[in-house]
Design a protein around this ligand. Structure first.
Ligand code: GUN
Length: 305
């Protein structure tokens, strides 16, 4: 029972909300600097096809945050039955639009649309999601490029908490193209010893127990238990799962980690909500700013953000 557990010490909680707010403020300052130099705002185009309620919430939040950071936001809402050719034509128009620095096509797309084909049509130089194979390849071989927002946000939180990650054992649970695979690449680039675990992994608790860093990105509510986690490990919870609440008819959000119990064992842990979630949009704004500087052929110091 969670009620019998000791409260989590403040210092253990990795406050993604506060970190994201700082990052957004920094992006805002640099966006103003960009506007003064380039004589235009940095611009992000977001494309939403259909009426998926969760996607509508995300897209609204992205547009609002873009404006708050002092950037231009271009929202394109298309009906659920949009032809693939029409969607590809829109992406191609955005690719050559000088006011647009970043392009994000909200996923998932309706089933009649080929996601890979749509992503492949986005110019890699405007692919602020980092989903294009060119950017995935750049990450894999260690070249500069756009990195998916959620795993990059996780890495920022880890480095902020731990400093150097060199030599640490990291276990990433989940092998998606959006989180698991790029997270593993980022940790490898930081000289971690990386294991990618997934639904077919044998003895998952044993695998997780050797980790100094656990990144859970499987979409299974509270799957990672306290006795899976090595005492003192750092735990990053990417999961956002809606489950029945304690009161009838209510729901609540939980991560992929049993927070109440794992927080007694870990030395640091991200809460849900307020951990990784707020980082995703902050990193999207950061990637858009980086894209803007590059597209305008202006210099942005490599350590500026
Ligand atoms: N759907 C859920 N997360 C994401 C994301 O980071 N980018 C895009 N394009 N779609 C998503």
């Amino acid at each position: 029972m969670t009620d019998t557990l000791a409260p989590v010490r403040d210092g253990k909680i990795i406050d993604g909300k506060a970190f994201a707010a700082d990052l957004r403020a920094k992006v805002g300052r640099l966006a103003a600097q960009f506007e003064a130099q380039a004589r235009r705002k940095a611009g992000l185009a977001v494309v939403l096809v259909g009426e998926d309620p969760a996607s509508q919430v995300y897209v609204r939040a992205k547009g609002k945050s873009t404006l708050e950071a002092g950037m231009a936001s271009f929202e394109h809402r298309l009906p659920a039955d949009t032809d693939e050719a029409d969607l590809l034509a829109l992406v191609e128009a955005l690719n050559v639009d000088p006011a647009v620095d970043g392009i994000l096509v909200q996923l998932p797309l309706p089933r009649h649309l080929d996601e890979q084909k749509v992503i492949a049509t986005i110019s890699p130089d405007k692919d602020v999601d980092g989903f294009h194979v060119t950017n995935a390849g750049r990450l894999a071989v260690g070249q500069p490029g756009f990195v998916p927002c959620t795993p990059l946000g996780c890495l920022m939180l880890l480095k902020d908490r731990l400093g150097s990650l060199s030599g640490l054992e990291a276990v990433v649970i989940g092998r998606s193209n959006i989180v698991g695979k790029p997270m593993a690449q980022l940790l490898l680039a930081e000289s971690c010893t990386v294991t990618i675990a997934h639904s077919r992994t044998r003895d998952l608790p044993d695998v997780v127990r050797r980790a100094d860093i656990v990144v859970a990105a499987v979409g299974r509510p509270e799957m990672v238990k306290a006795d899976w986690v090595k005492p003192g490990a750092t735990v990053i919870d990417v999961g956002i799962n809606r489950v029945p609440g304690r009161e009838p008819g209510k729901t609540r959000l939980v991560g992929d980690v049993d927070y109440a119990a794992v927080s007694q064992v870990a030395s640091a842990i991200t809460p849900v909500p307020g951990g990784v979630g707020p980082m995703t949009i902050a990193v999207l704004l950061r990637n858009t700013l980086v894209a803007a500087y590059a597209n305008a052929a202006l210099d942005l110091a490599s350590d500026a953000i």
